[in-house]
Design a binder for this molecule. Structure first.
Ligand code: FE
Ligand code: FE
Ligand code: ZN
Length: 304
């Protein structure tokens, strides 16, 4: 069975709101940030929302093992120029993991970090050191390192950099990888040859380490090192290549999460944005590209 969903909001009734949003898209998986992705301010988790969310998931056969958290992207574990900031990031991620455990969620996606004004090796060492501190805990929560586009000094831009980190983690059971199709394309991996990439990944890191796949088309060319997501089938990767990932038998057990951009509408001088996920999920289930998808999304939300 296809395990698919999208990024959803956590701001309305916390996990309960996230589950409702995911179900409204016809999803059986989802991903959320526990607060704004660009900051580390977090609210206390509310017990009643957790219980109601779990009940609603149960009633709709949405398995919590297909729910993934995403750490805020401002956290940069590669940067140790300010020791206080570095410790803050470590402590924040420790808390984020305990929040996941409280919610019953077992996977958290993390951007490895950026080597700003330091060498790649120093950056990787700072990440490894931090992760070994963070993962020394009693919780059954795995950190998934996301494959990055290689924008600026981003680390995790190829299999070798990811492998260097994974190999140096003491607590091997608690480290994994999240593939992102847009990032892979922008880092130089041709999704048309996705099976070749998976073979190489299996030989170097192991397919069992893949815990999530972000499904995005890309606005930029192969090897552009940009990282701008496009709607499914409307970018340089293309619908058929995206389907090769979504329906890859080797990744059947892995949740596929859409992080594609909201669709703009400039009607009546109002600038509105609509979530594309319900329609993109349906299109992927149908395995048939729809050139009019964006128009259909605008029409649907305009009348609802
Ligand atoms: Fe990400
Ligand atoms: Fe991603
Ligand atoms: Zn991205």
């Amino acid at each position: 069975m296809l395990i698919i969903g999208s990024h959803v909001s956590f701001s309305k009734n916390q996990l309960l709101g996230s589950v409702k949003e995911a179900l409204s898209y016809g999803a059986n998986a989802f991903m959320f940030y526990t607060g704004a992705p660009q900051n580390t301010m977090r609210k206390e988790l509310e017990e009643m929302y957790i219980l109601a969310a779990l009940e609603l998931m149960n009633a709709n056969n949405l398995d919590i093992k297909n729910v993934v958290c995403h750490a805020p992207y401002i956290v940069n574990l590669a940067n140790r120029s300010d020791e206080a900031k570095y410790s803050f990031s470590i402590n924040f991620l420790k808390q984020e993991i305990s929040r996941c455990a409280k919610l019953g969620i077992k996977k958290i996606v993390l951007h490895p970090g950026s080597a700003v004004k330091i060498t790649k090796e120093e950056g990787l060492n700072n990440i490894i050191n931090a992760l070994n501190i963070i993962l020394d805990n009693e919780y059954d929560v795995t950190i998934l390192l996301e494959t990055m586009a290689g924008k600026g000094s981003e680390l995790g831009r190829n299999i070798e950099e990811i492998k260097t980190i994974v190999d140096s983690i003491n607590n091997k059971d608690k480290i994994g990888v999240c593939l992102d199709t847009c990032h892979l394309n922008d880092s130089g991996v041709d999704i048309a040859n996705f099976d070749t990439y998976l073979e190489e990944f299996d030989k170097t890191i192991g397919l069992d380490k893949i815990g999530c796949v972000h499904i995005n088309d890309s606005k930029n060319a192969l090897n552009s090192h940009k990282d701008r997501h496009a709607n499914i089938g409307f970018g340089t990767i293309g619908f058929d290549n995206i389907c090769k990932v979504v329906y890859n038998p080797k990744l059947e057990r892995v949740p596929k999460i859409l992080e594609t951009p909201y669709v703009g509408d400039f009607d009546e001088d109002k600038n509105r944005l609509y979530p594309p996920y319900k329609f993109e999920i349906e299109m992927l289930k149908n395995k048939q590209f729809d050139l009019n998808l964006l128009e259909k999304i605008r029409a649907y939300y305009k009348s609802n």
